[in-house]
Design a protein around this ligand. Sequence first.
Ligand SMILES: NC(=O)c1ccc[n+]([C@@H]2O[C@H](COP(=O)([O-])OP(=O)(O)OC[C@H]3O[C@@H](n4cnc5c(N)ncnc54)[C@H](O)[C@@H]3O)[C@@H](O)[C@H]2O)c1
Ligand SMILES: [Zn+2]
Ligand SMILES: [Zn+2]
Length: 361
Amino acid sequence: MAVTVQGVIARAKGAPVEVAEIVVPDPGPGEALVRVQACGVCHTDLHYKEGGIGDDFPYFLGHEAAGVVESVGDGVTDVAPGDFVILNWRAVCGQCRACARGRPWYCFSTHNASQKMTLADGTPLSPALGIGAFAERTLVASGQCTKVNLAVRPEVAGLLGCGVMAGLGAALNTAPVGRGDSVAVIGCGGVGDAAILGANLAGAVRIIAVDVDDRKLEWARQFGATDVVNSRETDPVERVRELTGGFGADVVIDAVGRPETYRQAFYARDLAGVVVLVGVPTPDMRLELPLLDVFGRGGALKSSWYGDCLPSRDFPMLVDLHLEGRLPLEKFVSETISLNDVEAAFGKMSRGEVLRSVVLF
Ligand SMILES: NC(=O)c1ccc[n+]([C@@H]2O[C@H](COP(=O)([O-])OP(=O)(O)OC[C@H]3O[C@@H](n4cnc5c(N)ncnc54)[C@H](O)[C@@H]3O)[C@@H](O)[C@H]2O)c1
Ligand SMILES: [Zn+2]
Ligand SMILES: [Zn+2]
């Protein structure tokens, strides 16, 4: 029987988010009903609320979550009631062209389970990134549930479902950073700090954090940055070159996603180095670069979607590293809040006061 739960929705562009009653149907074939235990507030939720992603209001927000599978529909064998899972927004279908070519981290399948949830009056909802997890229960495709060791705290585990995975994966999977590399990370929010942590894990020797906010740079040191640059005061390209023997970094990760930060990333890298764009630009942004420099500097210009992660491979491994004390994911949790505090959390995020606010149920 369908259940009615409290959930956070964005009713109209720019309006404050609100807690509303949401009807969650029973799981159908291939679906799972999950009792959400924790859900982080991600910058992408704010993009949805501000109309930066689309105009399909009302949006059902929240997508960085962990919880316990409560029931499953017919044919579900990958997870069972009682499993502790992290939700992912790119489940592998095994059928599409990317999957068939052995590159499942580019899987383009879409999932319809969460679109079955509605407001109490039947109004359809658009779930953020096909999840909708600022609610006590949510309905997802079973492939969106990745089982992990239940010893991890839910507010930490959920973060791997989006921003922290994107940053870690930008360094570990997309670049990938190698032992002995020099790395610069531009933008030290949750995603950038996770990239710093990933570079550290991969064995980078020099990790240069670049931000416009000194408080963020101080936090970046706690994730393993060896040097910090405030790009409001110091030219980051020149400083990165100075810190790398005049060469530039082997890998530069842009975790902001603006033309000026991308240009800094492009020129702060060594010849034949790698640029990884993980920050998400807005549709109006344009980039101009001398084509001769694109040719002459060689190397690779990459984008990282969801850290090129494979949830079934990466989530359990990263949780295990955390439980062994080798991946301090708890440092990303600035505060735990209730469902009613999501609007206030967006304010704190915009003012740079937090890395992550996490709703705890
Ligand atoms: N690629 C993906 O799959 C993926 C997944 C999640 C989030 N993201 C994107 O990653 C980006 C970062 O997300 P976040 O949660 O870390 O955001 P955030 O707001 O927490 O952090 C952004 C950081 O960038 C800094 N910054 C802003 N302008 C700057 C500039 N000009 N130069 C240097 N630093 C600057 C800010 O001070 C802040 O520390 C966003 O665009 C988000 O949408 C991408
Ligand atoms: Zn696929
Ligand atoms: Zn997100």
